[in-house]
Design a protein around this ligand. Structure first.
Ligand code: EPU
Length: 335
């Protein structure tokens, strides 16, 4: 494991923020993980594990060690009468992995096409889009406990996956380095195409995983900026979930308020709608702003610092609080 000093994090976060890491390393093998643990025991410095950097906002430079996960490999490791079990290294690019499963003739991940980031980051926030969440397809997470150095497997229940949430993001934050993820992909496709927008596009067409994936790619490209062109981290805020009664009170005042019923009499509303109502869509403060085609996306138009982006995020949070008395929570990790 080579450690480099004073490295720009610009290539390692999809916001394209040029914060500086005091120390930086690449994790490519089990040996590198063991060396990372030893390094951590010898240095009184924090460290941060980074995959695709698509779910991070660096507000400042990072004092400590940034470890970029590059554990690779993908393969069908088992097949039974119901499903294929497909394992991928944590450092594999998520979208390339999804397309690879489709190329192999497997269904199940098509709705999650074009989500930025890596395979290893996917369970951390239980990525989801267009009616499917990672939890629906997950079989097993392999990780190394960074306190003990021991390998450990997590079954689906142990991952405690919720809406953009998991054990790894809450109680287990920072303790485990995810090394690989195995998915269970049923032989009989369970295509989900009821989501508004997807359904209309596919009406009357012969379904296939490739067609659904292509359709979702086109929808995402029409609404969400490509991080290679405009720095962003996808949705910057989580959709607020509240009690049905609290939602009814708001709905009485704002008749167009969206509501998506969840379990336990709770209702999810749309953060994008709330932000849009506050007039933030397309607004800029210097090089940072809110994307003009989707109000949930914070964007770096070029040269914005993490502090600039965070200032916009804080202003958005304040506006939504003032108008709706709801506090938006960031979806990415703000460091
Ligand atoms: N809307 C607005 N203004 C906008 C955009 C949307 O009012 O500028 C309203 C509309 O009422 C629309 C509703 O918001 O019907 C929902 O919009 P959309 O379908 O785009 O979904 P979302 O709730 O904004 C979530 C995920 C996305 C995921 C989409 C599609 C979160 C935080 N975001 O967005 O995930 O792609 O659903 O399933 O749950 C991500 O996490 O980075 C991400 C992009």
């Amino acid at each position: 494991m080579d450690i480099i000093e004073q490295v720009s994090l610009k290539p390692y976060n999809t916001f394209g923020v040029a914060s500086i890491a005091q120390y930086f390393t690449e994790i490519e093998s089990r040996k590198d993980i063991d060396e990372l643990i030893t390094w951590h025991q010898q240095h009184d410095l924090r460290y941060l594990l980074v995959g695709g950097g698509s779910n991070l906002l660096f507000k400042n430079d990072y004092q400590g060690l940034v470890a970029h996960i590059r554990l690779k490999g993908k393969a069908v490791i088992a097949t039974d009468s119901d499903a294929n079990y497909v394992r991928a290294g944590a450092g594999e690019n998520w979208h390339e992995f999804v397309r690879w499963t489709i190329d192999q003739g497997m269904a199940g991940l098509e709705n999650l096409s074009l989500i930025p980031g890596t395979v290893g980051a996917a369970p951390i926030q239980n990525i989801g889009a267009y009616g499917i969440e990672l939890v629906d397809r997950l079989h097993l997470v392999e990780a190394v406990d960074l306190e003990t150095g021991k390998s450990r497997e997590f079954d689906v229940a142990e991952c405690q996956l919720g809406y953009r949430d998991s054990y790894f993001k809450s109680v287990g934050l920072g303790r485990y380095l995810i090394t690989a993820v195995t998915f269970r992909l049923p032989h009989k496709p369970e295509w989900k195409v009821a989501y508004a927008g997807v359904k209309d596009e596919l009406e009357g067409k012969a379904l296939s995983s490739r067609l659904i994936s292509d359709t979702i790619i086109a929808i995402r490209q029409s609404k969400l900026p490509d991080p290679v062109v405009i720095g962003n981290a996808g949705s910057f805020f989580k959709n607020p979930v509240m009690s049905e009664s609290a939602w009814q009170v708001l709905k009485a005042k704002y008749v167009d308020l969206p509501g998506y019923p969840q379990d336990n009499q709770r209702v999810k509303t749309s953060a994008a709608w709330l932000i849009d109502q506050c007039g933030w869509k397309g607004k800029k403060q210097g090089s940072a702003g809110v994307y003009d085609k989707h109000a949930l996306v914070l964007v770096n138009y070029g040269g914005a610092t993490g502090a600039d982006l965070w200032a916009v995020a804080e202003s958005v949070i304040r506006s939504v609080e003032d108008k709706f008395a709801l506090t938006l929570e960031p979806e990415p990790r703000v460091i």
